[in-house]
Ligand binder design. Structure first.
Ligand code: ZN
Length: 438
């Protein structure tokens, strides 16, 4: 079985395991999810106690769900959390009692714009109880008295996150961060975990890694804030580049959201990698490049908060526009594209390759072109060092020799020449071996 098929198979296995768990920003479902991830890549679990102050926030109490359902006036059990965990308002407080249909309505959440979907609604920081259901189903509710059985608790526990680390030869690192707090939703959320696991496994096979790569699996917002409050300083000192890895299982187009820094190494590398992907795949889908958005944009909002301002972008395989599937029961495994995850994964891997291999050289010649025949670098003979029949490589060499003046990094040369970064990189190695640049 080739790598892609192996990865596809593995992705489907992990998806099935993670899918049914009732996740939230704290609690059992989150912990179980981390345990599943741990079966596939080594991660360390950290627990941050409830009540701990993390920057401007406080770790909330842990949410425990014992049961959650409604009995309608004719005695039928409906909106059962055991049937679909989206039915219970995430972080719902406890309520056990009888209520008239008219009063019950204040506790029902629907999305009339997508009337056949159950919306995913949360109330983490405001005590509420409630159920979520499709707008169509709400209209079918019969008049009368309903029995509510929401048996939940808030306990002093902790918030959990998982951390994987691939050591490189340098302490400087690349961060891949994904959130793992939504209940059963496929693209908005499980896809990021799958991409991160597969990326870890691919990178772990590379023998010489320059930078270390850190992988975070945490609940959105509060998790990244907690992480930053514990390890933000270290991250600020060591981070070269990072990506928030979410929504990778859509049907495209790929979207790169820039870091707040706008044109840092991660931004340039991601845009370059997307261009190369488009060229190689003859894709007519134009990748989207969007701006960092403090009002819309997952954990980037924390990593790119002004006092951290980390070079962290976000790469998805899902357009930036909100779809009907967003935060609803339509975002399910049937609508998830595992092929999309794998396409997108190649771009992730290329970004890490570019970030890790970008360097700036200075020419040792430069008064006129070097006499390449002298170095056996011109296509008059076969040459083992440089595949001189590869036009791209030959051109790459000339670009590298010309632009290596100490101010242009390899990425810049690749951007200008539109030659693949990996060819520019090989050409620079050849030039260095021949003492044409340093
Ligand atoms: Zn979400």
């Amino acid at each position: 079985m080739n790598l892609i098929n192996k990865e596809k198979k593995l992705a489907n296995i992990i998806l099935k395991e993670l899918w049914p768990l009732h996740r939230s920003i704290t609690g059992k479902g989150l912990r179980q999810s981390l345990d599943i991830i741990k079966k596939y890549i080594p991660i360390k679990k950290t627990e941050v106690p409830s009540g701990k102050k993390v920057h401007d926030w406080i770790i909330p109490k842990e949410w425990v769900v014992n049961d959650g359902y409604l009995i309608d006036p004719i005695g039928k059990r409906i909106l059962d959390v055991k049937v679909n965990n989206l039915h219970l308002l995430n972080y719902s407080s406890k309520f056990i009692g009888e209520i008239d249909k008219e009063d019950l309505k204040d506790h029902l959440y629907t999305n009339p714009k997508v009337p056949h979907a159950i919306p995913y609604v949360t109330s983490y920081y405001e005590k509420r109880w409630g159920f979520c259901l499709s707008h169509n189903d709400m209209k079918k509710l019969i008049p009368g008295k309903y029995k509510v059985n929401i048996d939940t608790e808030f306990i002093n526990g902790s918030l959990s996150f998982g951390e994987g680390y691939l050591k490189g030869s340098s302490k400087k690192e690349i961060l891949i961060s994904t959130h793992i707090c939504h209940p059963s939703m496929a693209n908005d959320q499980l896809s990021g975990a799958i991409s991160s696991i597969l990326l870890y496994r691919r990178l772990s096979k590379i023998k010489k890694r320059k930078y270390s790569v850190r992988f975070l699996f945490l609940p959105e917002t509060i998790g990244s804030i907690a992480y930053l409050s514990i390890k933000g300083k270290e991250l600020r000192n060591n981070l070269i580049a990072g990506l928030v890895c979410v929504l990778t299982g859509g049907k495209g187009p790929m979207n790169y959201r820039r870091s707040r820094q706008y044109s840092s190494l991660i931004d340039r590398s991601a845009i370059k990698a997307l261009e190369e992907w488009k060229q190689e795949n003859n894709s007519d889908q134009l990748p989207e490049i969007t701006e960092f958005n403090p009002a819309f944009g997952n954990d980037q909002r924390q990593y790119c908060s002004p006092k951290y301002n980390l070079p962290i972008g976000c790469l998805t395989n899902t357009s930036n526009t909100k779809t009907d599937e967003y935060h609803s029961s339509l975002d399910n495994l049937d609508n998830l594209s595992v092929d999309g995850i794998l396409d997108n994964l190649d771009v992730y891997q290329n970004i890490i390759y570019i970030v890790s291999n970008n360097k700036t050289f200075i020419t040792l010649k430069g008064y006129g072109e070097p006499f390449l025949t002298k170095y056996d670098l011109y296509p008059t003979l076969n040459n083992i060092k440089l595949d001189i029949n590869n036009k791209d490589l030959r051109a790459a060499l000339l670009w590298v020799l010309n632009y290596s003046d100490g101010t242009n990094d390899l990425l810049k040369i690749s951007e200008r020449s539109k030659i693949k970064f990996s060819n520019i990189c090989v050409a620079s190695k050849v030039a260095r071996l021949n003492k044409l640049i340093k």
